[in-house]
Design a protein around this ligand. Structure first.
Ligand SMILES: [Zn+2]
Length: 249
């Protein structure tokens, strides 16, 4: 196969990246590991998810990004024809070109395995709300206090009468973080991802956590508006709430 030409990319990097792709496809773990930044090797190994029976790699894109890193897209083909694209970012160290980031494309958010109501059932109406496309938060019937996370009694007036209300599924970013590490096995193939803590003024300023969609390369600003999207479970389990940056900021 003819070598592809990537303008403005050092020729030795093209060679290194193509060799890297072939090593990944061949399952040559020692060679793959040698391409990783040593101080990030464990994180990089865990970041990407590939099928085990690869037969081919193809470097489809390699370019210099504004960050100063070179980004490569390598398409891997498995024995059954399934294709997976990984994007690796490369930097030049004294010892040579090394991978400093890697991820699966397109970006997909992780699903936590403990999705669903608490064992005590205290937040079951919230999850049932998601099933019918509503964001439900409990409110104290005595003092109108919004309660989140859920509690058996109102933390303000200690009243027992709580009712669940559907609220507009929007908020503003109070805080956010980008997760690079494989803290849970189910994160594999979904790293890095951004988690947003969104504040809901329409629910007394209560704050809800969710993964931000389409966050690859995005650094959210505090106060930016987000809108919830409810993602159905692929297996008939509980849906999850995701956040997405609103188009009207
Ligand atoms: Zn109350």
């Amino acid at each position: 196969m003819a070598e592809q030409v990537f303008p403005s990319v050092p020729a030795d990097l093209v060679q290194v990246v193509e060799q890297h792709g072939r090593a990944v496809a061949a399952g040559d773990n020692a060679a793959v590991l040698a391409d990783f930044r040593p101080d990030r090797a464990a994180q990089l190994i865990a970041s990407a998810a590939l099928p085990p029976d690869l037969v081919k790699s193809e470097l489809v894109d390699l370019r210099l990004e504004d960050s100063g890193l070179y980004a490569a897209r390598i398409k891997y083909t498995a024995a059954d024809g399934a294709q997976t694209v990984l994007r690796s970012r490369w930097l030049e160290l004294p010892e040579g070109w090394r991978v400093t980031q890697v991820r699966n494309l397109p970006e997909t958010p992780p699903r936590m395995k403990d999705t669903g109501p608490n064992e005590d059932g205290s937040d079951t109406p919230h999850w049932e709300g998601l099933r019918v496309g509503e964001l439900r938060i409990p409110q104290c019937e005595d003092c109108a206090n919004w309660i989140w996370p859920t509690r058996p009694i109102c933390p303000r007036c200690h009243g027992f009468r709580v009712s669940w209300k559907a609220v507009e599924p929007t908020g503003t970013i109070f805080s956010w973080t980008r997760t690079w590490q494989l803290f849970e096995p189910e994160f594999s193939g979904h790293l890095p991802f951004v988690t947003v803590l969104a504040e809901l003024p329409q629910a007394g300023g209560r704050r809800l956590l969710g993964v931000l969609l389409d966050a690859d390369g995005v650094d959210p600003q505090l106060g930016q508006r987000v809108r919830a999207e409810i993602e159905a479970a692929p297996d008939g389990g509980w849906p999850v709430l995701r956040w997405r940056l609103s188009s009207d900021q």
